[in-house]
Ligand binder design. Structure first.
Ligand SMILES: [Zn+2]
Length: 475
């Protein structure tokens, strides 16, 4: 079994991540996060949030709406350009991307049935579309078709598509557009002195036909995006600044630096408005692949919305030459991190199989999630050695102290100590604290380290202090 399969089955077994609607066969490319998966994801999110809130730069946050109307994506270019070319197999009726299948002597072949009877490619938009308000789109469509029945099928389709698009709302395919659209409203309440950033964590949606690789490419995902506004002459400096900051951030959530690399876009890969772009890539089981993009987007986005809305987009900067203040349109550096991908990278990087022994002393593989302690869902698990009232009482006292110190932890009293260790190794709990009969005499406990399996004996209060300090979120 390859590592992706192993991690996927661990995620399901321990309730980290489960395919959505699994009882109905599962929805392709949709996943639900269970308790432990949610906690890991929230810890990554919190680390990103804190890295910006407590940084040296002025960063403000926004939590924008997921649904946005047509004009936003017309202006941003998503209506016209955010498309995949798709073809239909005329035999078995499946739809696929012609650039993703093998060709036979230059001819397209259906990946499902092998037929060469394939339609011409058509462009399909990757955005999910819906309506706002009590609109019955089927009724609208039928009325339109009946009224235009004298036209050709192609004409009706074209006109109808245009009409539907204009009255639709879309699930945003990236979080950035809320920030650009609201730029003038948001900056009213900020000290508008360049440079400053507007950041957002939120869901985005893409109707991808190619769905694969567990959480890597999913229809619904979370992003953590920063739009950092600068004077145009400072663009290069802040591009390097943010690329460096973001790589440093990644190195704090990933154990092995060799699992990370930077890939700079070549000139012909860049969007026409982009000046520079680098991907931060993680070494997935299928090779290095993107987890974050850092892009220099010039003044493209703000000007696009200024043009389309007829509104003025600017910040005021003092000018020595002219005296007083001048309006300038800031440029933007965008570090855009995929939170769902970050979660996948973190658990793949942490997943480890090591030689170990089971409860009976037999050799067996030990599966360990070597999560950074601050990312682990439980920071500690407290085990009463056996089910004994006094041992359970002291265990709960330790648990209460961990809670009081705001460290998420649990008391685990069922099963053998070996099985309890195995479970907490698999879900990444960095420390297991065992309470035995000696503990009742001198308040000492055994603390086991997840990664080394080394055990130390100390006073339970010292154990709590150590867990608290070792699980701190790094600065
Ligand atoms: Zn076919």
């Amino acid at each position: 079994m390859d590592i992706l399969q192993k991690v996927l089955s661990l995620c399901k077994r321990r309730g980290l991540v489960i395919q959505s609607a699994e009882i109905y066969g599962g929805a392709k490319s949709l996943y639900d996060f269970g308790h432990l998966g949610f906690l890991i994801k929230e810890n990554i999110k919190e680390f990103w949030k804190q890295s910006l809130l407590f940084s040296d730069e002025s960063i403000f946050f926004i939590d924008g709406s997921i649904l946005l109307p047509f004009p936003v994506f017309k202006a941003s270019g998503h209506i016209d350009c955010f498309t995949d070319p798709l073809v239909d197999c005329k035999e078995c009726k499946i739809r696929f991307r012609p650039d993703k299948v093998e060709k036979e002597l230059g001819e397209l072949k259906c990946p499902s049935c092998g037929s060469k009877n394939i339609s011409d490619p058509r462009l399909f938009n990757l955005m999910f579309r819906t309506t706002l308000g009590p609109v019955d789109q089927l009724e609208e469509i039928l009325t339109f078709v009946l009224q235009n029945s004298s036209k050709s099928k192609e004409e009706i389709l074209k006109d109808l598509q245009e009409q539907i698009l204009k009255s639709s709302v879309f699930l945003r395919p990236e979080t950035a557009q809320n920030i650009f659209c609201q730029f003038m409203n948001l900056t009213k309440s900020y000290p508008r002195k360049l440079p400053f950033g507007i950041a957002q964590i939120g869901r985005a949606f893409r109707n991808e036909i190619t769905t694969e690789k567990f959480l890597f490419r999913v229809a619904e995902f979370e992003q953590m995006e920063l739009e950092f506004f600068v004077k145009s002459q400072d663009e290069n400096f802040y591009f390097d600044y943010w690329l460096d900051k973001r790589v440093t951030w990644w190195k704090k959530i990933i154990n092995s630096d060799s699992n990370l690399r930077i890939r700079e876009y070549s000139q012909n890969e860049l969007a026409h408005y982009a000046k520079r772009c680098c991907d931060i890539e993680f070494k997935f089981p299928w090779g290095f692949d993107e987890v974050e993009g850092v892009a220099s987007r010039s003044d493209y986005d703000l000007l696009a919305h200024a043009r389309a809305s007829g509104k003025d987009f600017f910040v005021l900067e003092s000018s020595e030459q002219r005296g007083g203040q001048v309006k300038i349109v800031p440029w933007v550096i965008e570090p855009s991190c995929g939170l769902t991908r970050a979660f996948l990278a973190v658990i793949l990087d942490a997943y480890s199989e090591e030689p170990g022994v089971d409860a009976e002393g037999q050799e067996k593989v030990r599966t360990v999630m070597k999560l950074k302690p601050f990312l682990a869902p439980y920071k500690a698990a407290v085990f009463p050695l056996v089910k004994n009232e006094e041992l359970i009482k002291l265990s709960k006292l330790i648990h209460d102290e961990l809670k009081r110190r705001r460290l998420y932890s649990c008391v685990e009293e069922n099963q053998s100590i070996g099985k309890r260790y195995a479970k907490h190794d698999e879900i990444g709990t960095p420390f297991c604290i065992t309470v035995d009969f000696n503990s009742l005499k001198d308040e000492s406990v055994t603390v086991r380290d997840r990664d080394s399996t080394e055990q130390v004996r100390c006073h339970w209060k010292e154990a709590v202090d150590n867990v608290v300090s070792l699980c701190q979120m790094p600065a």
